[in-house]
Design a binder for this molecule. Structure first.
Ligand SMILES: [Cu+2]
Length: 122
């Protein structure tokens, strides 16, 4: 009778340990997903336009360029900020309005590719 009790308590322990183990595993995968960098603002470029006429960002946030089709780049006029495909960049510009344009000759509509970037104070 005593043997059964010991066996049962050992079994319980095994279950508790197993449950703890699986819990910590799922916690780890959760933090992995959170640590991957996500841009605050994504500028999507296609031939020949940016997906929005105006992008709002707070100082210190990151912007990222995504290409839908064609090959384009982003340049913020009167600054040295340039973006290439799928690269994220943290914006440390002073609050204000900036003009963004495509800086890669991409064909017929290249000169029409412009938008506004509004940087708000952090
Ligand atoms: Cu272009």
């Amino acid at each position: 009778m005593k043997k059964w009790l010991i066996f049962a308590s050992v079994l319980c322990l095994v279950f508790v340990v197993a449950a703890c183990g699986s819990n910590s595993k799922s916690n780890n995968s959760g933090s992995d997903a959170a640590s991957s960098t996500v841009a605050d603002v994504v500028i999507k470029a296609s031939s020949w336009e940016f997906d929005q006429p105006e992008y709002h960002i707070k100082k210190g946030q990151t912007i990222k360029l995504e290409l839908i089709d064609g090959v384009h780049g982003v340049e913020i006029e009167k600054t040295n900020v340039k973006l290439t495909q799928n690269k994220a960049k943290t914006i440390t510009l002073d609050a204000g309005e900036y003009e963004i344009k495509c800086n890669i000759p991409c064909g017929g509509g290249h000169s029409k590719m412009s938008a506004k970037l509004i940087v708000e104070a952090a």
